[in-house]
Design a protein around this ligand. Structure first.
Ligand SMILES: Cc1cc2nc3c(=O)[nH]c(=O)nc-3n(C[C@H](O)[C@H](O)[C@H](O)COP(=O)(O)OP(=O)(O)OC[C@H]3O[C@@H](n4cnc5c(N)ncnc54)[C@H](O)[C@@H]3O)c2cc1C
Length: 430
């Protein structure tokens, strides 16, 4: 077998390239976060980092263009690193470390290891969450859940349609209830991360086009007749498989219906808080990954006879990005910890006022973190000059992923729309 290629041509010198190792990037992140993480969070972060380091070495992973990130899913699944949002007792897993703050640590470690891989696990998680919330101990749902959580299979979520993106509640994909309780799905979905690689999909559809109140939620095995898929090419994230699906008389048996007509909208909204916190966390993780690269590089690269970090143009830029990243990390972490507290207290069914306030906060963090990732990834790369935009490091992945993080889970305009409604609600409460 030929040696896997990490890059086309080496641009960065041997000494700097060696210093940019995953171990050193983890050390940089750990030195930054050690004091603000709880003992439990830091221990779990180190545990996932250790796994990634060994995995990278053992499998000679280069993060080069000829690797398939989906090959890694089963190994990470076996370790319990696809999701840690709950203990998953219903499928006999009972993880000791779980919750949104622990999930933060999982994402951070995976994102530093490989940002596109971290993003693909996130798309499986948004398929897992609705199955977990609505499995009702139905065996086929539990089986699907176990396959996804343990990494035996990949999952995807189908909300977006070619003609309905931001306006996700006025869907055109229809669901027709049959006499035996099954549903026939017809319509098109698009931009669904992982879909071409996924065995399981969770999809929304409506009994009447454009009627948000008549939506249902369905678990689909992608081997069923009526599932037709093409891959959508997103050049910013070339290793991710994104799908465009045509659902043609796709029959969903009764036991796979996660929410019947009228339940879809509620299920859609309940998933938004954890989804948006997770996106905010991925943005923050990308910032740390980019900063680790640029800090190491700027401390070693010499121009005009000194290290470029010592020029204010570089050093002060990185200091500015570092301050913003650290401060927002504290905010997101606190919010994740508070979310865990509320879920523990209310058993997952957050009372309306708490849920509404958390929806606004999740939008605030998604909005501000995506903006920050755009700035930090782009400017960190610039501070590295040509080395920041070539293929020798993960910097180009960070720029690509930060481009996508702005769009997924709702664009900044949609987040502002949600937040402005929150301001209206607060005023009405006065
Ligand atoms: C790489 C990638 C992965 C994705 N993964 C998934 C996935 O796994 N599952 C899934 O279901 N979807 C996924 N999406 C879809 C994503 O959620 C949508 O692209 C996003 O919601 C925007 O929809 P749209 O692309 O149709 O844009 P549009 O809704 O057409 O928006 C176009 C522009 O109009 C603006 N706009 C729209 N409405 C308003 C408004 N009311 N006020 C102000 N401005 C507005 C938007 O901000 C945007 O700038 C993914 C997208 C990408 C690119």
């Amino acid at each position: 077998m030929s040696e896997k290629k990490r890059f086309e041509t080496q641009v960065i010198n041997d000494e700097i390239l060696a210093k940019l190792s995953l171990q050193n990037r983890y050390n940089f992140v750990n030195d930054n976060l050690r004091t603000i993480l709880s003992e439990k969070e830091f221990k779990f972060l180190n545990q996932v980092q250790e796994f990634c380091l060994n995995y990278e070495t053992k499998n000679k992973i280069t993060h080069g263009p000829d690797e398939d990130i989906y090959d890694w899913v089963p190994d990470f699944g076996k370790e319990g690193y696809i999701t840690r949002q709950t203990p998953y007792k219903c499928i006999d897993l009972n993880y000791e470390d779980y919750g949104m703050a622990i999930e933060f640590m999982r994402i951070l470690a995976l994102d530093n290891f490989d940002p596109q891989f971290a993003m693909s696990t996130g798309a499986t998680v948004i398929c897992i969450n609705p199955i977990y919330a609505h499995h009702e101990n139905v065996p086929v749902r539990l089986d699907a859940l176990k396959e996804l959580v343990t990494g035996q299979e990949v999952g995807c979520l189908l909300i977006t349609e070619p003609e309905r993106g931001s306006d996700a509640v006025h869907q055109l994909t229809t669901c027709d209830k049959q006499d035996d309780g099954s549903f026939l799905l017809n319509g098109e979905k698009i931009f669904n991360t992982n879909a071409p690689k996924a065995k399981w999909a969770v999809s929304y559809a409506t009994a009447e086009k454009n009627q948000g109140n008549l939506m249902g939620q369905f678990l689909i095995n992608t081997s069923w007749e009526g599932w037709n898929i093409e891959r959508v090419n997103i050049p910013w994230t070339p290793k991710l498989f994104i799908g465009k699906e045509r659902l043609k008389n796709l029959r969903v048996p009764k036991e796979y219906v996660l929410g019947g007509i009228g339940k879809g909208r509620e299920h859609l909204f309940e998933g938004l808080i954890p989804e948006r916190i997770a996106i905010a966390v991925r943005c923050i993780s990308a910032c740390w990954g980019a900063l680790a690269h640029s800090t190491i590089y700027a401390n070693m690269r010499r121009q005009f006879d000194k290290e470029i970090l010592l020029f204010q143009g570089v050093g002060f830029t990185l200091a500015d990005l570092w301050a913003k990243t650290a401060a927002i990390t504290h905010g997101v972490l606190k919010f994740a910890e508070k979310y865990d507290e509320k879920v523990k207290k209310y058993g997952g069914n957050l009372p309306d006022p708490v849920a509404q306030s958390m929806v606004s906060s999740a939008s605030q963090y998604k909005y501000i973190c995506a903006k920050l990732a755009k700035e930090v990834c782009f400017e960190s790369a610039n501070s590295m000059g040509g080395a920041g935009v070539c293929d020798n490091t993960l910097m180009h992945d960070y720029i690509g992923v930060s481009r996508i993080l702005e769009v997924v889970g709702g664009t900044k305009e949609v987040q502002k729309l949600i937040m402005s409604r929150g301001l209206r609600r607060l005023f009405k409460n006065l």
